[in-house]
Design a binder for this molecule. Sequence first.
Ligand code: ADP
Length: 575
Amino acid sequence: MGMLFGGLGGGMWPGHINYGRVEDRPLLTRAKALRILGYFRPYWRNAALVLLCIATSSLLGLVPPLLVREAIDVAIPRGDGSLLNLLVLGMIVVPLLAGLVGVAQNYLNVQVGQRVMFDLRNQLYQHLQGMSLRFFTATRTGEMMSRLNNDVAGIQGTVTGTMVNVVTNAVTVTSTLVVIFSMDWRLSLLAVGILPLFILPTRRVGRLRHNLSRETHQQQAELSAHMQETLNISGYLLMKVFGRDQYETERFRQRSQTLMDLQVRQSMVGRWFFMTLGLFGAVGPALIYLVGGHLAIQQQLTVGTIVAFVAYLARLYGPVSALANVHVDFMAALALFDRIFHYLDMAPEIVDRPGALHLARAEGHLRFEGVSFSYGKGAPALEEISFEAQPGQLVALVGPSGAGKTTITYLIPRFYDPTAGAIFLDGHDLRELTLASLRSHIGMVTQEVYLFNATIRENLRYARPDATDADLVAACQAAHIHDFIASLPDGYDTPVGERGYRLSGGEKQRIAIARVILKDPRILILDEATSSLDSESEAHIQAALQPLLRGRTTIAIAHRLSTVLAADLILVLDR
Ligand code: ADP
């Protein structure tokens, strides 16, 4: 019996596919089909070989029952021992060959699947990287990770699972039908007549399992979101400070429990159906023996034909049941592509204009001309801002929280474009310059310093990969952080920990300053830390800022009187 329903195992239910919003009933349009095929096109040779392998092993599978028939009808009655030996040898060699072809097919298939996945993953990463800041402020990190991990990985399951499934089963069913009808049409009609008994219940169970699997994936996503939110530094601190560990543990337990229940149900659903199906599976051969046996008694059929026929039944019922459910997997695969395409189709908001100017050198002359900006439909964040900073000047932005200071600093590296008006660098509208050249002239020191979880050296080199060790030391000396780094047991090779948590706020600030000194940009954007540092750290930072500001056009969100007093221009923003 196991063999009969072999087609329902493994590949039919690729557990790692994230079913997500399948209820949207994804549609297969011609354009989408062509688009999906486009990803497979570079590997069409391998894909064609896979099809060839499938056809070969399916056809080889037709041979053993014929050998059995020969043995029963010819070799044994005639007492031809050597023919019998040959036939039995064939019964072993043919499945062996089919097995070898199967291995080759698997290898080729995984190659195609992995390469398509490789291409998609890289394309998606590059695309997401090109999205604007607006996209990242509006998108959940966890969701994006899920697209890159689960959805793309699901594609592999689709290729190895669904497509091979369809082709294998279709070839098997068709070839088997041809052979059995050519053997005896009466028995064939009987065999085909009981097929609906398999198809109908299987479809029902398929839908049930599909729904359960979708719920399981949602629960899994909830569980990982929960882990992601509570098992990181900020979440951990929040949880401990408010004494909510018990609460979180309990919430986690509940979600875990739901998931467990779902998974138990998922693996149990359809067991009763399959048991009934097993019964139907026994009815088929019994009917063949009954009708075939009577035909044999009337000398209209050989015994070998009956035995071969029953052997072919297994090649009919299993694949037909599998095909009956294939649309469920097909929909899931389509939904997967839909979700990935949805991301790929989002046009990046800020891109290089065709023929944009590559500004190799900049003086640092910056001018805002009637700049207005709004984040969305609400009140504009900036209205009619005009000012001019000569090369090397310091502009201090002051004003209450929410006045638009940060927004001004975002417009300079073109994280957003003005809604009206224009910004000029050395007389060029920013939108006329390539993003790469524009941003190469800009350095930023923000309040919240972001460091990668790597060594201090690697974090510094991020600003200039070709910087020598001497460059690093010089920059750190200028930023008044070298002595501190040198005093660490591992010096510049000290890991900074997740988001730099192993360093104090003042130390991180100074590393960030050293990083910008290394980059040596013409324009500096400085968001002064508001968090009160002890007077020694404060003094260090003030000292570090001196070489940073020298000779650069600086736009500073100023919180210190000293910065405001040193400014060439003070811009007071008010709502
Ligand atoms: P400041 O830096 O002066 O405190 P911001 O430039 O951060 O002010 O903010 C200006 C206004 O824009 C505020 O009213 C703020 O709520 C709004 N704002 C900031 N960022 C966004 C955003 N990503 N989406 C929508 N509104 C925003």
